[in-house]
Design a protein around this ligand. Sequence first.
Ligand code: CTP
Length: 388
Amino acid sequence: MTGSIAAYKTATLVRLLVKAGAEVQVLMTPEATGFITPLTLSTLSRRPALHALEEEGSWNNHVALGRWADIMLIAPASANTLAKMAAGLCDNLLLAVYLSAACPVMIAPAMDEDMWHHPATARNVRLLREAGHLLLPVEAGELASGLVGEGRMSEPEHITGQLENYFKEAGALKGKTALVTAGPTYEPIDPVRFIGNHSSGKMGIAIADELAARGAAVELVLGPSGETPGAGVRVTRVKTAAEMWEACLRLFRGADITVMAAAVADYRPAAPADKKIKKEAGPLQLSLEKTGDILRELGSLKRARQFLVGFALETDDEEIHALKKLKEKNLDLIVLNSLRDAGAGFTHDTNKVTLFTADGQKRALPLKTKQEVAADVVRVIEEALAGH
Ligand code: CTP
């Protein structure tokens, strides 16, 4: 809890959580104690409400607290605490625990409307979202200043509802293992040059993160990409299509879910030079040979309990080509990207896709962030696995 008038509602929030069976450890910023007493919250949570790094000569172990929790909820989160979290400041117990927390973080902001809409707050909220935190929406209504507008903390009943949903979703893929590929491949021409493509790896990484967030053990085979997945994903770095083939064949056997989002080169130089090719008069001919189609190979090896997802990037007759790949490569789901859609495809943060399942369903999604697309794809996988 931080210093905001909405702190008075946390008494109800703690009561609801304890009633629902949660173990609650209250942490307050020093400012929060001016709005509601630690005694009230200690009584409701049945544990001392902590608000100082050091109390009565002993040190509150912030690392242990950050590792103990299944989730850290910051409610109400004032503009000041949001800014400190975004900047990584650490001048009180709550922030020290936040910086050491190994668990997901959910944030319920509360402040006056003008503070909420200030560009500095908007920037901090964006940074915290990018850090993977779950930001609950503020609600509109009467504010402590007497003004009416946006900025009220989400009601305690809404917060507990979000926590329940979170834990339901977080556990949906517990016990499942997943293999995901992402990024481009680089096929060497000589020691300094390669044939590659513009894939950023963002879509596949978003899917790997989403699968991990829902409890799956995720192995990511990642081509040359500047992006990195969250802490819950194991990464095998590869460069070429041949290396990706090898890693995927090794990991596929143990995978319940496989999502091939990488943009794998279809051809590679047949005889890469071992020394740098010098320029000469006249044109240079490169002879290319085919790489192995990893997805097709995995489709042919697939056993009944395994779920295989492919991507298709098409520029024309999109649906016909996607359905053909779905069938020929023995997939359960194909995600179609059309390069004709603005904001979709390689380097963007957004994507517009259509999903086709082997049982004949089609879902055309609007333009969304890659994280939202990942959540939709994983939801379809979950539904299909539940029906298996
Ligand atoms: N893929 C693969 N191995 C390859 C090439 C592609 O596993 N050597 C996978 C991609 O990860 C993607 C899917 O195949 O999931 C579709 O890739 P795409 O390039 O759209 O299709 P291709 O099958 O290569 O056919 P084409 O290039 O003719 O469209």
